[in-house]
Design a protein around this ligand. Structure first.
Ligand code: SF4
Ligand code: SF4
Length: 437
């Protein structure tokens, strides 16, 4: 019996205690300093408990379990819902300081009904028998004006005909004007971005040509929630606005959003994905973002009423009392996510959509599929990325984002490492030791 190759072990931040987590067997424990010393020195005294929990294991046995759980993962994913993004245009009425699409050509046109119909014909055939829903993305999908509105209504009508729910990713500026349309359909959720309160947001996300947007977006969120539409509020953070999260949390609490059953939040990190950021110095690495958040939450725990950070699997463990299933692949691209744009091109996901050189095929005017490239995407997981195959973090990390990895290395089959251990150190501290939630 030796220590498992899947143990994740470290000290909990600001604590004398340690943790050990094993995603393969689904066990997690807090360890005393003495037990931690035994793990470090590989001289476990309570071998019975450590063996029962899989922290100590037989290598051949563990390999068999790894394969069984991998088969379970693939089975579950094959039955999972597919998210199909549709980009009706790349036009946008905002000029965000960090816009990753600013390098894209911005053709001011709307897709004809034959393009929308071809999209629905393709997904009906290609994803027959799969649970699925559509997410309308941009550019900005909810632009003002009758021509844009007519396309949105056509998309919603076609989705309804196909029995599919629709979600939107919007800057929120015209949301209030679209609520009457949206509430007549099965809307999964509307994702809206606010980067802070008032000026903090307006400096980062102004109208094209200038002009504040915060108050109009906040009104749109009110209207949507009143109409029973789920709002997923996204905050994109970097060094410039992270401290302003406290004000945004207080604003959302005072506005009654955080108590609304249809309100949820997510934090996005501003990072270089497509085109170089003009000011790379303001970007936070993943661990920097979470560390700063950890520090901020200790001073302003009310942030947790607004958003509870995942801190890898720490929040899941706290909320469910058990670990999630092993994550053999964290990148849904071409497995449970695809993206389509108005030009008729097919892409893996939102990270590649619009990058012509990364298209995987077409659905209009003809159906074509680049089987080799699709195959590379489909094969990518922690069993195919060489660096991941011996990594003890793999079943929590899942290999990260294929697009980020391939932008860095030029290869899809390369890792985008997640700081799982460090995230658990601060996450377990937040939820289990300091009990701030
Ligand atoms: S490549 Fe990145 S952005 Fe695209 S689906 Fe995978 S993880 Fe998501
Ligand atoms: S991407 Fe990096 S951290 Fe994640 S499993 Fe692979 S090697 Fe480990």
């Amino acid at each position: 019996m030796t220590l498992s190759r899947h143990n994740i072990f470290s000290r909990i931040a600001d604590s004398d205690d340690y943790f050990i987590v094993n995603l393969l067997t689904g066990n997690a424990d807090i360890l005393s300093a003495d037990q931690a010393r035994q793990v470090r020195e590989e001289r476990i005294t309570d071998t019975e408990e450590f063996t029962a929990k899989g922290y100590l294991s037989d290598e051949a046995e563990e390999t068999r379990l790894f394969r069984r759980r991998y088969a379970d993962f693939i089975d579950a994913r094959d039955k999972d819902e597919v998210q199909l993004f549709f980009v009706p245009w790349y036009s946008c009425n905002f000029s965000c300081s960090y816009c990753y699409q600013e390098g894209y050509s911005n053709v001011h046109t709307t897709p004809g009904s034959e393009v929308v119909d071809a999209f629905f014909a393709y997904i009906t055939k290609e994803f027959a028998g799969r649970k699925k829903y559509i997410t309308v993305f941009g550019g900005e999908p909810l632009l003002p004006g009758n021509a844009y509105r007519a396309v949105v209504v056509r998309l919603l009508d076609k989705a309804r005909e196909s029995g599919l729910e629709t979600a939107f990713v919007t800057n929120g500026y015209s949301l209030a004007d679209y609520v009457d349309v949206l509430k007549a359909y099965a809307i999964r959720e509307v994702q809206v971005t606010l980067d802070g309160v008032g000026d903090v947001h307006d400096m980062r996300r102004p109208l094209k040509g200038g002009g504040a947007t915060f108050h109009k977006i906040a009104q749109g969120i009110d209207r949507a929630l009143d109409a029973g539409i789920t709002i997923n509020l996204r905050v994109v953070v970097d060094k410039e606005n992270l401290a302003g999260l406290t004000d945004l949390a207080r604003f959302a609490i005072a506005r009654g959003w955080t108590k609304h059953p249809k309100f949820k939040t997510q934090l996005g990190r501003n990072y270089e994905l497509h085109y170089c950021q003009t000011d790379q110095g303001k970007l936070l690495t993943r661990i920097e973002m979470y560390q700063e958040l950890y520090t901020l939450i200790q001073v302003h725990p009310e942030i947790l009423q607004f958003h509870k950070p995942a801190f890898s699997i720490a929040k899941f463990l706290f909320e469910n009392g058990s670990l999630p299933s092993p994550l053999y692949d964290s990148c849904p691209g071409t497995k449970t996510e695809w993206a389509f744009d108005y030009s008729g091109a097919i892409y893996s996901c939102t990270a590649t959509v619009g990058k012509k050189e990364e298209a995987l095929g077409t659905y209009y005017p003809f159906v074509t599929r680049n089987a080799d490239r699709i195959g590379q995407w489909e094969e990518r997981d922690v069993t195919s990325i060489a660096e991941c195959t011996s990594c003890n973090l793999r079943l929590a990390c899942g290999g990260g984002c294929a697009s980020v990895a391939s932008n860095r290395t030029g290869r899809i089959q390369s890792p985008d490492c997640r700081p799982v251990k460090e995230l658990l150190e601060i996450g377990l501290s937040t939820y289990f030791v300091k009990e701030l939630a």
